[in-house]
Design a protein around this ligand. Structure first.
Ligand SMILES: Cc1cc2nc3c(=O)[nH]c(=O)nc-3n(C[C@H](O)[C@H](O)[C@H](O)COP(=O)(O)OP(=O)(O)OC[C@H]3O[C@@H](n4cnc5c(N)ncnc54)[C@H](O)[C@@H]3O)c2cc1C
Length: 405
């Protein structure tokens, strides 16, 4: 049965996040963006609202809402700025949901519970200087040393690199097995040999924290192996099914923000004796934004429905991420165009939307990777096999370790 209605709880959630963004982010974001400052107190305040684990079961410290509620949070947060949606994407989408899906009970109690409550922050370390789209080109290694592994290597372009307490890190335990030799580990910032360094001078998401993390003989206890040895590639890809979902939802927020600014400006600015909104070519740009928003939302919430039903959604999530991010980039670009020369200055927020909208077209699978994936699905070259562990279906009543196995 198809149902396009949001529940009362979801409507209330949207209102709450919108009002939070209007009060706590909008008035300050220009300054944070200019100063390349990540305002960590936003995460604490999101935690107080129960938004750092919105779709994590209550038994693991979360708010127990459905997966589309996470999409609502991301959509509304990105209307304020991409930096804070990115933070929720990596904390909840890439880290906490991965612990929920792949972690054992001890790992969930130790790491997922405090993350869901927002007492600890999670991040995700997959990309390396020479391994982005080509994950298997990674060089980070974890050597078995009895009761622990010794981790050496580095990751780059890691969101929340200086902020997160826990990282899910991917490393080779057996390089000869290629993809099947990659394993996933939970790594704590405080361990000896761990360090991080922010990247400055980014094109966009300047109010976000992104950078490098380094492992110099970091001792990782055996109990911090996530899944089995060799499961790392599968875990990374299934984590991306959730991260990409949040990125796609956030892209809808960029389109909303682009539309809001543009519609306002269309009514304020006049040329040739009429509001610019009366010119058909300007209407065309507004109409494209609206079409992009509605289509992206349908794709995102469809993927969320599949998650709620406990069904594999790699294909649908990839399509949503690809399309929504492309639409968002076009919407931000057109928003600058509608503002004319003023759009080219930071007197208006649209230049920030455009700079911010570029990163989501690159991260969590570039536009090209998603295009190729979709082509391969249609042609029958790519077929998803069932995973040994699925994200639990919503409602969560029966979430036990056995249920996700
Ligand atoms: C702001 C930001 C935050 C990020 N946060 C994180 C994070 O938290 N954790 C993390 O692990 N990573 C993170 N990343 C890294 C991101 O996921 C990678 O940048 C992305 O996967 C692309 O990898 P790459 O930059 O190495 O590009 P490459 O893989 O080197 O690609 C370069 C170009 O070649 C194209 N290309 C590559 N392979 C193919 C192919 N097979 N077919 C067609 N075209 C191809 C690409 O589309 C791209 O245009 C972040 C990146 C940014 C910008």
């Amino acid at each position: 049965m198809m149902n396009f209605d949001f529940t009362e709880e979801q409507e209330l959630l949207r209102k709450t996040v919108r009002s939070f963004v209007d009060k706590e982010i909008m008035p300050y974001i220009k300054e944070w963006d200019e100063n390349q400052h990540f305002e960590t107190s936003i995460l604490t305040r999101l935690a107080h609202l129960g938004l750092m684990g919105v779709c994590i079961p209550e038994q693991y410290g979360g708010s127990g809402m459905d997966y589309n509620s996470l999409a609502i949070v991301c959509e509304e947060l990105e209307r304020g700025d991409t930096a804070f949606r990115t933070a929720v994407s990596v904390h909840t989408g890439l880290n906490s949901m991965t612990l929920l899906q792949w972690g054992n009970e001890e790992q969930k109690q130790k790491y997922l519970v405090p993350q869901s409550k927002g007492q600890k922050v999670g991040a995700f370390g997959l990309t390396e200087p020479n391994a982005g789209s080509d994950v298997a080109a990674m060089q980070t290694k974890a050597i078995d040393a009895g009761d622990h592994y010794v981790l050496n290597g580095s990751k780059t372009w890691i969101s929340l690199c200086d902020v997160a307490d826990h990282f899910i890190v991917f490393a080779y335990t057996d390089k000869s097995k290629k993809h099947h030799g990659i394993s996933a580990f939970i790594v704590e910032r405080t361990w000896e040999g761990f360090s991080s360094k922010a990247i400055k001078g980014k094109l966009g998401i300047r109010a976000g924290n992104t950078g490098e993390i380094f492992f110099d003989n970091v001792k990782v206890p055996k109990e911090n192996l996530l899944g089995e040895e060799g499961d790392g590639f599968k875990i990374a890809m299934s984590a991306l099914d959730n991260g990409r979902f949040t990125v796609a939802a956030g892209a809808c927020g960029t389109i909303m923000a682009s539309l809001e600014s543009s519609v306002k400006y269309c009514h304020e600015r006049s040329t040739f004796g009429k509001e610019i909104g009366r010119h058909q070519l300007v209407q065309q740009m507004i109409a494209k934004m609206e079409a992009g928003l509605v289509q992206s939302r349908l794709l995102v919430y469809h993927a969320g429905c599949l998650k709620n039903q406990g069904k594999r959604n790699t294909r649908e999530t990839s399509l949503a991420k690809w399309q929504a991010c492309d639409y968002a980039y076009e919407a931000a670009n057109d928003a600058v165009q509608i503002h004319g020369a003023y759009g080219f200055s930071n007197d208006y927020p649209v230049e920030r939307y455009l700079r911010n909208a570029k990163a989501p077209v690159i991260y969590e699978g570039t536009r090209e990777i998603h295009t190729v994936m979709q082509g391969e699905y249609v042609l029958g070259y790519r077929v998803d096999k069932p995973l040994s562990k699925m994200l639990p279906a919503w409602p969560f009543e029966s979430v036990t370790e056995e249920a996700v196995n």
